[in-house]
Design a protein around this ligand. Structure first.
Ligand code: ASN
Length: 316
């Protein structure tokens, strides 16, 4: 695409208008409160905040195609972080519980531009707990989610009122829905269908092995099923979070990379570290802009970001 002066002017106008709006001012206030609440919550639970990694030879392969630019620096190839999944696992060599407000760059295909829930640069609150089975991570998420909704209702009533938004504080434990059963009953768009019907957040669990990345742990008691979980927002807001237990043993990781028909060479540093010994762990990531979008009740994710990066568009 040619970047003409006309296009640059249009982009500048668009951003000037939104940056000076009451909507943006209010959304950023909500954003600040949400980040602070979550960071403080985890700090009080004994988590250590780790700094984000932007460039690495090792990043999340994801389960869907993205454009993957590679930067060559000092003769080595670096990728932009798509998620800090492996760095989270490795950080547990040093700490018991870690979190990061991690900028993720996923150059999604242009067909995602109109989805209302994709940005090619976004922030993920990513966390991981050593020696924690999936239920521990799920319980943490539920407590944190309920606490955040309660907090927002009280501390942000004026801001939510401005957006005409009423949020509901859900009750725990959240419902668990089996991936395979939901797909059988509602077809391939089951997540969207169920999210639209729901009035409370719910989990999707028991995801088949090939439907997710190699790093999520296969359930030792159910062959071909993963010990992972997605959290889905109600009211049609779709996916809130994904996470799970992790594969941590060298042989298992190699086997899983092969099953996904990926190349062990791309993960050689991870494998080298795994051969020295990693710990079992579980964790999850929550997209911060999607969370702010949900809390404010925005139609589109752009409204929850100060400088939204829309797939395929010239952004600032
Ligand atoms: N953060 C996710 C997790 O913890 C991974 C991802 O973002 N793809 O499982």
């Amino acid at each position: 695409m040619m970047v003409t002066n006309e296009l640059k002017e249009k982009v500048a106008d668009y951003h000037y208008t939104r940056l000076t709006s009451k909507e943006m001012q209010t959304a950023m206030k909500v954003h600040t409160h949400v980040r602070r609440y979550l960071g403080d919550y985890l700090f009080k639970e004994g988590f250590v905040e780790i700094p984000p990694v932007i460039l690495s030879p090792l990043t999340d392969p994801l389960n869907h195609p993205t454009l993957d630019p590679v930067l060559t620096c000092y003769g080595h190839k670096y990728q932009l972080t798509k998620s800090m999944i492996f760095h989270k696992q490795l950080a547990l060599l040093s700490q018991e519980k870690i979190f990061c407000f991690s900028p993720n760059l996923r150059f999604e295909c242009e067909d995602k531009a109109e989805s209302g829930c994709h940005l090619f640069e976004f922030t993920q609150l990513d966390l991981e707990l050593k020696d924690a089975p999936r239920d521990v991570s799920m319980d943490l998420m539920e407590r944190m989610y309920v606490g955040l909704m309660q907090y927002c209702k009280e501390a942000l009533s004026e801001e939510l009122g401005f957006f005409g938004r009423e949020i509901k504080v859900p009750s725990k434990p959240f419902k668990r829905v089996s991936y395979t059963q939901a797909k059988e009953e509602h077809g391939p768009d089951f997540e969207e269908v169920l999210s639209k019907e729901a009035t409370e957040p719910f989990w999707i669990v028991d995801i088949p092995l090939l439907d997710r990345e190699f790093y999520d742990r296969e359930d030792p008691e159910q062959e071909g099923i993963l010990r992972d979980m997605d959290l889905i927002y109600p009211e049609g807001f779709g996916e809130a979070s994904s996470g799970g237990e992790r594969e941590f043993e060298y042989d298992r990781i190699v086997e899983r990379i092969h099953k996904k028909e990926q190349d062990t060479k791309d993960f050689s540093i991870l494998l080298e570290m795994a051969s020295k010994g990693l710990s079992p762990s579980s964790g999850f990531g929550i997209g911060v802009e999607r969370l702010v979008r949900y809390i404010c009740g925005f139609e589109r994710i752009e409204d929850a970001a100060l400088f939204p990066k829309v797939p395929g568009k010239l952004c600032i």
